[in-house]
Design a protein around this ligand. Structure first.
Ligand SMILES: CC(C)(COP(=O)(O)OP(=O)(O)OC[C@H]1O[C@@H](n2cnc3c(N)ncnc32)[C@H](O)[C@@H]1OP(=O)(O)O)[C@@H](O)C(=O)NCCC(=O)NCCS
Length: 159
């Protein structure tokens, strides 16, 4: 329950959309998070009753001691939409803890897990062209730029 409360505090404060990372649970109450949102997020790992396009997704939380500092999501495989879109991994770090290396360290840990889950030869990521911090996080984890569109770079990290 203590972990759930920390996750609620993180999730409800995370903006609804920051640099393309979407969070439909911004502003959710503690009661709703624990009763409805958290069971739903857990079920995303083994989805039941979800549309066919829905790819299993696992949420991980980065802790430093007793402080939850970030969230990392792994989508287990690519569909056409994910291949040309958000890719395998999405992440965020708590605002007051940014710029201290947590993003870089958290992606490193997440990649170790993702390598055991995703079937593709490379880990796909997408980043907004104006999101320099996230580009650095990816590059420091061995990413290369595989393509771009008007707003984004499409990055890949070898498995
Ligand atoms: C992107 C994000 C996860 C980075 O997390 P972080 O913990 O601040 O990352 P790090 O501390 O590991 O910093 C990585 C690099 O970016 C740099 N950086 C951090 N904030 C920056 C900023 N606002 N502008 C430019 N560079 C920045 C750091 O200095 C560091 O570079 P360095 O090693 O050369 O010094 C965090 O800013 C965040 O949660 N942003 C909102 C959500 C988001 O954009 N998610 C990613 C979507 S692709």
């Amino acid at each position: 329950m203590q972990d759930a409360l920390a996750q609620w505090e993180y999730t409800t404060a995370l903006p609804a959309d920051e640099n393309g990372l979407t969070n439909p649970y911004h502003g959710v109450s503690c009661e709703e998070y624990v009763g409805t949102v958290l069971p739903k997020l857990i079920s995303f790992e083994h989805p039941v009753g979800m549309p066919e396009w829905f790819v299993p997704e696992t949420y991980y939380y980065l802790w430093d001691g007793d402080r939850l500092v970030g969230e990392f999501r792994i989508r287990h495989y690519l569909t056409e939409a994910l291949r040309n879109g958000a890719g395998h991994i999405g992440y965020s770090i708590r605002k007051d803890m940014r710029g201290k290396g947590y993003g870089t360290a958290g992606l490193k840990l997440t990649l170790e897990i993702a390598r055991g889950i995703v079937p593709e030869d490379e880990i796909y990521l997408r980043v907004n062209k104006d999101n320099i911090a996230s580009q650095k996080v990816m590059l420091k984890n061995g990413a290369r730029t595989a393509g771009e569109d008007e707003k984004h770079y499409f990055m890949r990290i070898p498995k």
